[in-house]
Structures are given as structure tokens and as C-alpha cells.
Design a protein around this ligand. Structure first.
Ligand SMILES: Nc1ncnc2c1ncn2[C@@H]1O[C@H](COP(=O)(O)OP(=O)(O)OP(=O)(O)O)[C@@H](O)[C@H]1O
Length: 342
């Protein structure tokens, strides 16, 4: 478990000071993939670099497995850093070394004997899917392959946590998905805790269990991905969620359906997790003398299950409308009756 309390970073220059990270407190559970999302300048890079003290905190504590790394001496920190893997947007590989030698590098630093080193490197090459590329140089690899080398290198000393600093931002969408799949498989196989920063909601949606949203150095919202996606609270989070489902927020087309007619009601349904797989509309039509007109809908998968929204117009007598809505609520589907569309 990683516990971050009251973490702050103030950069002081001659002319001014910038509070890049402002009183951040978070708990990251063992074995989870925790994402931090924010727009440019929110403080994400500073935050992740504070975790392994590539940046020195101005205030606060960071405990990894109950050891506060802010209190460690230089020697203790050097050893601890071997247990904190990190991957970068631009890979940071050693260009004059082969794939094999790049991955072997942290093992050399840690003083691992040559034979054990070779065994470990070969194991990592298999794990990240680079078999056959051992003797290639980074310049001979694609972006995705370079990041695979970065991941293998970061895993060489069996880290307790893997930090990912915008690890897919330099990759095309397909390669991004391949690398995200690899991170998920490593997380599962090794039970490895992963902390990543990103400005892409897709990354959070695809692989994270929990998420924190940063703005002006502060965490403005955090929680399970599904909860945050379904009920975003802050303006920034709402903007990120909107990126995933632009259609849902374009409600202009619904306006004409919103009337004050007694025999018609427009409702928005929120389906979460397994509910998203149900044939709810069929059930309602079978049970009640009601007509249903589907107006708009969308569904988004996340690591923790799918969530979807559906706008429907119900037509029927006042009693039937009330019973239908009651029935849907009893099925654990959130039902919002729209009086008007903004
Ligand atoms: N070394 C530094 N010296 C002074 N100010 C800095 C330094 N590094 C970052 N900052 C400032 O701290 C704030 C947060 O920057 P940071 O790079 O952490 O944000 P970010 O969310 O990672 O943004 P981006 O995605 O653009 O990198 C910004 O205002 C930035 O200008």
C-alpha cells in the first residue's frame, strides 16, 4: 500500500514561486492500477516524480509498504528506487545499448551476477513480447517496441510499484491499446501496483481501477473509475467524462420530446455494471401497457464493468407511466425524469 499525505511541491525561481502540487493525500492499494488525470500544467508529472523523489517534496510524506521515503538517506533511497520501476513518455532508453543490454542495465547497477542477469533478461523479454529483438538497438524499434523495452527494464529488479509517466502519449491509438493490454497483463500476473499519469480519459477507462483528477496541483475528485465516470462532481471531471461520450452531452436533439403532456415522459436511465447487459426495455414493454421510443443511448466499457445511459420517451396513461418508472427503479437502474433539457 502507498500512502501519500499532505504532499506539496513548490518550485521557487528568482522571480516567482509555483505551487505545482498542493496538499495531495491519496491511498493506493496493493495490486491496483491507479490513474491520475489532469490537463496540462495540473501538476501530474511533478506528482509522479515526487513518488520516487526524482523531485524533492516541499511538504508531506510518501509511505511505500510503511516506509516513508521522504525520510530516507541517499543510500536508503538508492536501494528503495530499485523497487520503484518507472516508464516514460519518450522511453529514456540507452541508444548505444541493445535491447538485451538496456534491460540488463538496472540489474548491473544492482550488482546481480551475469548468469542470473541473463536469465532474468530473457524472462522479461518473453514477458513483454520482444523475443527475437534481443540484439536490436532502440533506433531499430517501433515506438511500441521501445516502450516494451522500457517496461521490461522497469521490471528488472522486481519492483513493488511501477510508475508510468504518460507512457502511451507518444504512441498511436492501436499501439497505445497494445501497451495498455500489456500493463494489465503484468498487473494481473505479478500483482504489481501501477500508478500512471495521463491526460487521456481512454487510458483511465481501459485499465484503471481507481482514478484521481488533478487541477492546479490539487486532487479535485477521486474514487472508483465507474463511480467517477457515472457521477462526475467537478467541472474538470465532467469535461473529461464528456470526451468519452460526446453524444450524451449533446442534448439539443432531445428538446422537442420534452413536453408537459400527461401521457408522455422523457427519462434518462443510467445502467451500471451488469445492469448494462439487461433487456430492461423489453421487460417494461412486456409488463406495462406503455410505448417506448428510444431517443439516444451510449455505452462505455471500463475495467470495472460497463456503464451506459439511455434516453427514452414513454407514452401511456399517467398511472402506467408511474408504474413503469417505479418498476425500472426496482431493477436497480437509476432513473432520472427529465422535466426539461438544458
Ligand atoms: N522545474 C520546474 N520549475 C518551475 N516550475 C515548474 C517546474 N516543473 C513544473 N513547473 C510548473 O509546475 C506546474 C505543474 O507542472 P507539471 O509538469 O507537473 O504539470 P503536468 O500536469 O504534468 O503538465 P504537462 O502534462 O503539460 O506536463 C506548471 O505550472 C509548471 O509550469
Amino acid at each position: 500500500m502507498i500512502q501519500i499525505k499532505g504532499l506539496s511541491k513548490i518550485y521557487k525561481t528568482k522571480k516567482q514561486q509555483v505551487q505545482a502540487v498542493d496538499d495531495v493525500s491519496l491511498t493506493i492499494n496493493q495490486g491496483e492500477i491507479f490513474g491520475v488525470i489532469g490537463y496540462s500544467g495540473a501538476g501530474k508529472s511533478t506528482f509522479i516524480r515526487l513518488i520516487n523523489r526524482l523531485e524533492e517534496p516541499s511538504n508531506g510524506t510518501i509511505s511505500i509498504h510503511n516506509k516513508d521515503i521522504t525520510k530516507m538517506s541517499a543510500t536508503e533511497l538508492r536501494l528503495k528506487r530499485q523497487k520503484i520501476g518507472m516508464i516514460f513518455q519518450h522511453f529514456n532508453l540507452l541508444w548505444s545499448r541493445t535491447v538485451f543490454d538496456n534491460i540488463a542495465f538496472p540489474l548491473e547497477i544492482a550488482g546481480v551476477p551475469k548468469a542470473t542477469r541473463a536469465e532474468k533478461v530473457n524472462e522479461l523479454i518473453q514477458l513483454v513480447g520482444l523475443a527475437g529483438k534481443e540484439n536490436s538497438y532502440p533506433s531499430q524499434l517501433s515506438g511500441g517496441q521501445k516502450q516494451r523495452v522500457g517496461i521490461a527494464r522497469a521490471l528488472a529488479n522486481d519492483p513493488e510499484v511501477l510508475l508510468c509517466d504518460e507512457a502511451t502519449s507518444a504512441l498511436d491509438p492501436e499501439t497505445t491499446d497494445d501497451i495498455l493490454d500489456l500493463l494489465v497483463s503484468i498487473n494481473k500476473k505479478l500483482q504489481l501496483t501501477i500508478i500512471l499519469i495521463t491526460h487521456e480519459m481512454h487510458v483511465i477507462q481501459k485499465i484503471c481501477h481507481r482514478v484521481a483528477v488533478m487541477e492546479n496541483g490539487k486532487v479535485v475528485e477521486s474514487g472508483d473509475v465507474l463511480d467517477v465516470f457515472v457521477r462526475p462532481q467537478s467541472k474538470t471531471t465532467k469535461r473529461f467524462v464528456q470526451q468519452l461520450n460526446p453524444l450524451e452531452h449533446d442534448q439539443a436533439s432531445l428538446k422537442e420530446f420534452i413536453t408537459s403532456r400527461e401521457d408522455s415522459e422523457v427519462v434518462k436511465l443510467h445502467f451500471i455494471g451488469n445492469n448494462a447487459k439487461r433487456a430492461l426495455i423489453t421487460d417494461v414493454i412486456k409488463q406495462f401497457d406503455v410505448e417506448i421510443n428510444i431517443l439516444q443511448g451510449s455505452i462505455a466499457p471500463t475495467r470495472e464493468g460497463a456503464y451506459g445511459t439511455l434516453y427514452i420517451e414513454l407514452n401511456g396513461s399517467k398511472d402506467v407511466l408511474a408504474s413503469s418508472i417505479q418498476f425500472m427503479r426496482e431493477q436497480s437502474v437509476e432513473v432520472e425524469v427529465l422535466q426539461h433539457v438544458e
